[in-house]
Design a binder for this molecule. Sequence first.
Ligand code: NDP
Ligand code: 5RP
Length: 471
Amino acid sequence: MESKYTLGMIGLGTMGRNLLLNMADNGFAVTGYDKDAKMITKLREDGSKHNLEAFASLEDFVQSLELPRRIMLLVPAGPIVDSVIQELSPLLTKGDIIIDSGNSHFTDTSRRALELSDKGLHFFGMGISGGEEGARFGPSIMPGGDKTAYGEMKAILEAVSAKVNGDPCVTYIGPGASGHFVKMVHNGIEYAMMQLLAETYDILKNALDYSNEEIYSVFEEWNNGRLQSFLLEVTRDIFKVKDPKTGGFLLDYIKDEAKSKGTGKWTSQVSMDLQLPIPTINEAVTTRDLSKYKKLRVQLAEIYPEQKPTAENKAQFIIELEQALYFSVITSYAQGLHLLWQASATYEYDLNLHEIAKIWRGGCIIRAELLEDIYQAYSTQPELEHLYADAGIAAKMQEILPGMRSVVSHTVQTGLATPAYSSALAYFDSLRTARMPSNLIQAQRDFFGAHQFERTDEEGTFHAIWNPVLS
Ligand SMILES: NC(=O)C1=CN([C@@H]2O[C@H](COP(=O)(O)OP(=O)(O)OC[C@H]3O[C@@H](n4cnc5c(N)ncnc54)[C@H](OP(=O)(O)O)[C@@H]3O)[C@@H](O)[C@H]2O)C=CC1
Ligand SMILES: O=C(CO)[C@H](O)[C@H](O)COP(=O)(O)O
């Protein structure tokens, strides 16, 4: 068989099929393989219009590829990736490249890279964001790992990625599993923004008594300003979709129990391991989990009935709500980027935060107007530890802080649950506290467990006799 294809895709579902079509549109000769015969047929039908082929046999698929072979996986993350690699690797030649573009856990990626390098195969983990439309017309791409392999992929990735001001939304992220790590944190920020928008919907509906049409208009207006983002745009559009079955709004017929696939949870787990707090992202993960306790929530709603959280001055409240959302969105990015800052040092990823902000400006789910400011902040201060410390961001935070306090005060006073908003404010207030009450925690630990403490006026560790019974 003639080896004429530049890249082969395994997994022709939502992401794989669309990314392959994107590559074909960009002039690359590409081919696909899937264990599902329907997907092969579907791609073959597309193949008549594009420069691509699909194989039903893994052997034929592998033989059709030029050397070194570039094989991308877009199959469900987890054990399926291992089983595909196991089936595939005996068919490969030293120097071939496997690119895992799914949402794999970064520790799996580190392990797979080691296992495959023992066999002389290059492996790199690559995050892709943008969903179906992004994959088809231009995603944001986060490749990490083997730099030689990246060199072999660079031209294809730059061609298919989204572009902002002509710049491709792809960059070499760093060594090891850094690509998958950065994609995981991207998703953590995604969870926080989605939760904030859900809470905003709840506030507009319950504190302001807004209809779905009115909520659409508010989101439309905000999306024309500094809050412009892909997530606000799709959220806005949800408020005009009607249910063909009932004629009502589809949103009103969707169960209030949120699901997840794991990337948000992993972000929270890693942040705990690294002791780098990201409470707003954690709240977003936790609140999805809490939503599943529907029966308990219904029972407790009867025991603790809610008071009507109506806001008095609606015109003023809506201004403050826009400020509070902006404050919380800045905080979500700040937490994610702070986690990347810490991970870069701990895992020696050598991350370039300004490059990451740059490639998140287009194609991905968390693309937003704000990323332009974030990109500028990290461009001028590559060593910036925390976004809050940037002068431009600090000026914005100072201006919108009163609105943030006013909204959270209202929801707390009236019992409207806003876990992400509340945690964003508590995080901000803790981080801007020069002297925290943590001295008391240290005293408590030393009192009951002789865990020792450090003093403000002398180097060293100390233990005190707090309890005369033990003296
Ligand atoms: N959907 C999205 O918006 C995004 C998804 N991702 C990630 O991309 C990856 C793929 O997601 P997505 O495209 O949505 O998933 P899909 O389920 O739509 O597609 C996966 C495809 O892989 C096939 N497949 C499963 N096992 C094998 C195998 N052993 N050999 C060959 N093909 C196989 C599946 O077939 P079958 O259905 O018969 O099992 C299916 O056609 C996941 O890791 C996901 O988390 C990343 C960014 C965005
Ligand atoms: O990677 C993505 C976008 O960037 C996926 O759409 C995301 O994984 C969805 O996650 P979940 O199902 O946990 O909400």
